[in-house]
Write a protein that binds this ligand. Structure first.
Ligand SMILES: Cc1ncc(COP(=O)(O)O)c(C=O)c1O
Length: 504
């Protein structure tokens, strides 16, 4: 006997217009709209294709086609035995229930200024949905191989990764040895394992460097624009007024300008291999000038080398550290080449600074969790990391070209254009003057697309609107669909910007 399909209860699903074109497209759009309006939320189960088709009085194939399209876009996910659900990745982290405004203001007023700064920073650093164009999402071909899981199972149960007491604050020696050998070979960094401090990522390396190298009142050079993770550290640690934002041009940080602005700064925070976010490498003459300035004034250079493994043409510039290992604190991370939730990176510091970094590290969190350090050491020792990097380099090179092509076809040049570059795992898409890039990023998030606004990375009053687009491990279909939605948002925001200009 044929089963009678149960009717799905979905009052928000409007009537389909049979004269208005493909029904599966209308079903897909209605579901996207329902997610946007939060009629259904991340993780919610959808009705079976059979019951939705029965409720809408359409063929089951129509609903299957709509579901398949949304799965390809990353909007829905389907697991054997669990049916089809709205993708978890679309979950927008919800702020905790906030007290009434007046009460909130009163509570805020008695908080130390520093806590207010940290609270503002927490908002900026809320995790984003892991959909296109989030940066460094390990999916598909960019996810670490099964070897990672196998080594983890083996080493966490027995051997060096098994539970122990407190360990060396500098990190597990086998990992420090692997890191030293890897950066010597791949980045021409000059170091031994005793100079390597395993961190929980470059974010912590930047924090340690600012604590160890800067006394109250010391000036520090920071690129303009720069990674918010570094400017936010300095703002929150009492260096807001002593942070000197040095301009960037086609050769990277303008050292002459830095010397004019703050000749006696104590440290320079730079991204010489791949300026963040714009992408150009620091030229050879600027490298020499930067190191000469640091030597002459007894200053330190903090080199954030976050993604130089991912270069697609020619050879990468060697690390700046190799040119003067006594002046440079070198920071590296496994977030880009492996995955960010690993929370492992490294600081390589001049010998006379290792004790200071070690002390600061102990007070912060003693040391990183031991088990994953041993898993990573084995992963590197057996050659898996180098193989993985070779593989993802090919994947990213292809995704990058595809994204450039897709955006070029969707967005006219007067509305949005790409910053040239040939490295890394993100692109900068500049937006026309007057566009509110934060508004674009917020609206895009509501439509299931993750982008970061560029203007907050500039010093106040110098910003330009733009977006950071990561090309992660997403499929071509997901990236295409997201690019279309993003193009629609950019167009809408550009119209608003025009209206704003006219009404002024
Ligand atoms: C320029 C730059 N530096 C540092 C970091 C922080 O990396 P980690 O995950 O190792 O803390 C990032 C992450 O996006 C980055 O883009």
């Amino acid at each position: 006997m044929a089963r009678t399909a149960q009717l799905a209860e979905m009052p928000w699903f409007g009537a389909l217009d049979r004269a208005a074109g493909k029904l599966s497209r209308q079903v897909a759009e209605a579901l996207r709209e329902a997610v946007r309006k939060e009629d259904i939320r991340a993780g919610d189960a959808l009705p079976s294709t059979r019951s939705l088709a029965a409720s809408l009085q359409v063929a089951r194939g129509t609903v299957i086609e709509a579901y398949e399209q949304l799965i390809a876009e990353g909007f829905l996910e389907s697991k054997a035995g669990a049916g089809t659900r709205v993708a978890q990745a679309l979950a927008e982290p919800r702020p905790a229930q906030e007290p009434r405004t007046a009460a909130r203001r009163a509570v805020k007023a008695c908080l130390p200024e520093r806590s207010q700064t940290f609270a503002r920073i927490a908002k900026e650093f809320r995790p984003v949905a892991l959909v296109p164009f989030a940066v460094s999402v390990p999916l598909g071909l960019t996810a670490p191989a099964d070897t990672w899981r196998r080594l983890g199972n083996r080493l966490r149960a027995k051997g060096p990764g098994a539970p122990t007491g407190y360990a060396d604050p500098l990190g597990a020696l086998p990992l420090r040895e692997e890191i030293a050998s890897y950066v010597r070979k791949s980045r021409s960094v000059r170091c031994e394992a005793d100079q390597v401090i395993v961190t929980s990522g470059t974010q912590q390396g930047l924090f340690l460097a600012s604590q160890v190298l800067l006394d109250p009142g010391d000036q520090a050079w920071v690129e303009n624009p720069a990674y918010r993770g570094v400017t936010a550290i300095l703002e929150s640690m009492g260096h807001r007024d002593t942070m000197v934002r040095v301009p960037i041009d086609a050769d990277g940080i303008n050292v002459e300008a830095g010397i004019r602005m703050a000749p006696h700064a104590r440290a320079a925070f730079v991204t010489p291999s791949h300026q963040y976010p714009l992408g150009m490498p620091l030229s050879m003459s600027r490298r020499s000038a930067l190191l000469a300035w640091a030597r002459a004034g007894n200053a330190w250079v903090v080199e954030d080398d976050y993604d130089s493994e991912l270069r697609y043409q020619g050879h990468p510039f060697p690390a700046l550290q190799g040119a003067d290992p006594d002046r440079v604190v070198y920071l590296g991370t496994f977030s880009k080449v492996l995955f960010p939730s690993l929370r492992l990176g490294y600081a390589i510091v001049p010998r006379n600074l290792t004790d200071a970094f070690c002390g600061a590290r102990v007070l912060m969190d003693r040391h990183p969790p031991t088990a994953d350090q041993h898993v990573l050491a084995a992963f590197m020792a057996e050659g898996h990391l180098e193989r993985h990097i070779r593989k993802i380099r090919n994947v990213y090179a292809e995704h990058r070209l595809q994204l450039i092509e897709t955006l070029g076809a969707l967005l006219p040049n007067d509305l949005a254009w790409l910053e040239p570059g040939d490295q890394g795992m993100h692109l900068v898409l500049w937006l026309a003057k007057g566009t509110d890039d934060r508004a674009v990023a917020e609206l895009a998030a509501r439509r299931g697309v993750t982008v970061r606004a560029v203007s907050p990375m500039f010093a106040r009053g110098t910003g330009r609107p733009g977006l950071i687009l990561g090309f992660g491990g997403f499929s071509n279909a997901q990236m295409k669909a997201a690019a279309q939605r993003l193009a629609a948002v950019v167009n809408e925001e550009a119209k608003l910007a025009k209206r704003r200009t006219r009404s002024r």
